[in-house]
Write a protein that binds this ligand. Structure first.
Ligand SMILES: Nc1ncnc2c1ncn2[C@@H]1O[C@H](COP(=O)(O)OP(=O)(O)O)[C@@H](O)[C@H]1O
Ligand SMILES: [Mg+2]
Length: 373
């Protein structure tokens, strides 16, 4: 996609954090037999991921479990080194290897985890967690009174009010939603420009998820944060995110304005996700997306194909081709680049169905392909 398309999709909003061709391969410990044979094994967890997070906007990264979403978040947070690619903060390429540089980076880019219980230390109070974050990042004020004011402001910002009711509580004395609000407040203690939220509500009770998402949206607007919202639930991306990116087996396969992408999904994988998306009329426990996707895919002719691919030996060409109802011959060998869908809103798909030179494509609105037998 051209830079001008991105600009028209997102206005002139400043890019805070961006990844260019970000790639992460994890080495896998080899069995003795493989060492003898000399066959190295690698998990191709993240491949050529390019994305931009903008000031005052939420970008959703949607995909099944194991598609590489958390790895993207950890790479963006510089928690471990990348295999290749570039990360830029306010346009400056950054590579952090611990120490002071990491502290400076994490002041600007904060990560929120899925499980607020695991991310808060059970032996410390809310005051300790927030006070430490404020002090580490130089936002604790000059004296006790200023620190106390800053603590109260943080709690008020995440709607834990009155603050004095929460300051001296331990994590186990709070509900899941309150704990996640404390984790968010702790991230805000750094006064960051970007917030990476890795499935921030998926461990919370369904009834309180919306409250936490609305809080994040409020923070986006009031603090003009650039937010990466990671989720396996494309319905929540539509509700909450300005822009949506769909990830499959380590690659981003489709992107665009959330409303356009969810109303008119272009990539066959995104269509599958949307067809199997949670229905608000069904019970919450039935809305577990990865299972739905697989059961839906299993309706196809070949049940054995309905598995997400192994990332140790990912399929050549388009990684989705073994599950794709519209796969063509070239999908098995050539990685599709991003093609503009042309419905505005910076909508693109990495899918050969949209190749302009593709004779199999009959019209712009109705992509057609020869199924691979
Ligand atoms: N530290 C690691 N070492 C080896 N493999 C890893 C590591 N972290 C993640 N992976 C693998 O990378 C792939 C993507 O994982 P992850 O990013 O956690 O996906 P998601 O967050 O979408 O569920 C998975 O196959 C996972 O097993
Ligand atoms: Mg994850």
């Amino acid at each position: 996609m051209s830079e001008s398309t991105i600009a028209s999709a997102s206005g002139t909003t400043a890019v805070v954090l961006e990844a260019e061709a970000l790639t992460k391969h994890f080495p896998v410990r080899r069995a003795a037999r493989e060492v003898v044979k000399g066959t190295a094994r690698t998990v191709h967890a993240v491949e050529q991921v390019t994305l931009r997070l903008r000031r005052g906007r939420v970008t959703a990264l949607v995909g099944e479990s194991g598609s590489g979403k958390s790895t993207v978040a950890r790479l963006l947070a510089q928690l471990y080194p990348r295999t290749s690619g570039e990360i830029r903060l306010h346009g400056e390429p950054v590579t952090v290897r611990g120490g002071r540089k990491f502290r400076a980076y994490s002041k600007k880019v904060q990560l929120i985890f899925q499980d607020p219980f695991a991310s808060l230390n059970p032996v410390h109070t809310v005051r300790y967690h927030l006070g430490r974050a404020l002090k580490i990042h130089g936002n604790g004020g000059r004296n006790r009174a200023e620190l106390e004011t800053a603590l109260r402001e943080l709690l008020t910002r995440v709607s834990l009010t009155p603050p004095e009711r929460y300051l001296d509580k331990f994590p186990h004395e709070l509900s899941g939603g309150q704990r996640q609000r404390v984790a968010i407040a702790r991230a805000l203690g750094a006064d960051p420009d970007a917030l990476l939220a890795d499935e921030p509500v998926s461990m919370l009770d369904v009834s309180i998820r919306l409250g936490v998402l609305n809080l994040l949206r409020d923070l986006k607007e009031r603090l003009q944060l650039a937010i990466l919202y990671i989720t396996h639930d494309i319905a929540s991306a539509r509700y909450f995110a300005d822009e949506t990116l769909v990830m499959y087996a380590g690659r981003i396969v489709e992107g665009g304005d959330s409303e356009t992408l969810t109303q008119h999904p272009a990539h066959p994988y995104t269509r599958l996700l949307i067809d199997s998306a949670p229905d608000p009329d069904r019970g919450a426990h039935e809305n577990d997306l990865p299972e739905k996707v697989d059961s839906l895919a299993a309706l196809g002719k070949d049940n054995a194909r309905a598995e997400p691919p192994s990332l140790i030996d990912p399929p050549a060409g388009c990684r989705f081709h073994p599950r794709c109802p519209q796969a063509m011959a070239r999908c098995r060998t050539e990685v599709p680049p991003r093609f503009d869908i042309g419905d505005g809103a910076g909508h693109w798909a990495a899918c050969w169905l949209y190749a302009v030179d593709d004779p199999a494509r009959e019209s712009a609105g109705e992509p057609a392909g020869e199924p691979v037998s």
